[in-house]
Design a protein around this ligand. Structure first.
Ligand code: ATP
Length: 321
């Protein structure tokens, strides 16, 4: 007998999905997703391209319907309570798409009215903060400036929950930083932020907890600090011309492996804490230091394995494909 829906979410959960599944024909975009996001936290929803992040978010917003399982947002059912949720939730996707000849100010006023009216000072504060000229027609704005309109409309009604789908991909680094600050302030004010990304760097500045999605399933959810300490990444250091370095200089560092030296260039794998590598490199003249984004699939399988009985978890998971 299928376990039935267990009644309203405990008030400490802003999002809860149970065995959430979505198929597009033969493609299982979501494969039994159990997700719990607590009120007041910033939750990073990480996963490689195609892992099901956008599908999850579309279900939470009732833009699509699940094939199976259930989703609750702020204790409500998105399929029934969409109207109430639109006032209490702010949403921003990676590309804010709107048509039309209206100005940013007109659009923001229109959206504000739909949500029951918004203090003009709040809109002004946000547009100024992100350097948006509200008198410009939306159709004349660059992609980055359009995304600023998206940021303002997502935050302007001070929603209890923000659902952000790769929100900063179209913003330059300065605005990404400002956005991260805004997310931090929002959380400090007791709001909940659910933010997806396919790279760890987008969420690491702001997230309290992180879950990794892979083929429609979630691996262990854990604190961002713990996750980063497990993360493995490729590092390349270029030293000043003529610097004499040898693999042995770096091979003794416990977190470092696969050291390759090529002239004044050193490549290696770094697992976790970077401190010793950085200090060792600093004995020589460092010209550039590059660290790749950690591989999310690798992290997924590591945590999947440790959750179940040994490494069998990951193997069993793979077998089902
Ligand atoms: P990205 O980072 O690339 O946006 P994602 O994690 O958001 O990826 P989804 O967009 O949710 O992933 O897609 C999950 C899977 O479902 C992918 O295999 C995708 O090709 C498939 N998919 C998504 N939407 C549809 C659709 N409308 N029709 C068919 N397949 C779809």
């Amino acid at each position: 007998v299928e376990r039935q829906h267990e009644g309203p979410t405990a008030p400490e959960l802003a999002i809860r999905t149970q065995r959430l599944a979505k198929s597009y024909g033969p493609i299982r975009a979501l494969d039994g997703l159990d997700l719990e996001v607590r009120v007041g936290e910033v939750f990073g929803f990480l996963g490689p391209n195609g892992s099901g992040k956008t599908t999850t978010i579309r279900i939470l917003l009732d833009l699509i319907r699940p094939t199976d399982g259930s989703a609750e947002v702020l204790g409500l059912d998105p399929r029934r309570d969409g109207l109430a949720l639109r006032r209490r939730v702010g949403y921003l996707g990676g590309e804010f798409v709107v048509e039309g000849r209206q100005t940013a100010a007109e659009l923001l006023r229109y959206l504000g009215n739909l949500r029951g009216g918004i203090a003009p000072e709040r809109v002004e504060e946000l547009t100024e903060r992100f350097g948006l000229d509200p008198s410009r027609r939306i159709s004349s704005l660059s992609r980055g400036n359009r995304q600023k309109v998206g940021v303002v409309q997502a935050f302007m009604h001070d929603p209890e929950l923000l659902i952000l789908d790769e929100p900063t991909s179209g913003l330059d680094p300065v605005l990404q930083h400002e956005f991260a600050k805004l997310v931090g302030e929002t959380a400090a004010a007791g709001r909940t932020v659910f933010m997806s990304s396919h790279v760890m760097s987008e969420v690491q500045r702001v997230a309290d907890r992180v879950g990794i999605l892979h083929r429609g399933r979630l691996s262990t959810v854990e604190g961002i600090v713990a996750l980063q300490q497990r993360a493995s990444r490729r590092v390349e250091i270029v030293f000043d011309p003529g610097t004499a370095i040898a693999p042995a200089d770096f091979e003794a560092i416990p977190e470092v492996s696969e050291v390759v030296v090529d002239g004044d260039r050193m490549r290696c794998r770094l697992d976790g804490h970077a401190d010793q590598l950085v200090k060792t490199a600093a004995h020589f003249g460092v010209a550039t230091f590059t660290a790749e984004e950690p591989d999310l699939e690798e992290l997924f399988f590591e945590s999947y394995g440790s959750e179940s009985s040994g490494s069998d978890g990951a193997a069993a998971h793979e077998e089902r494909r």
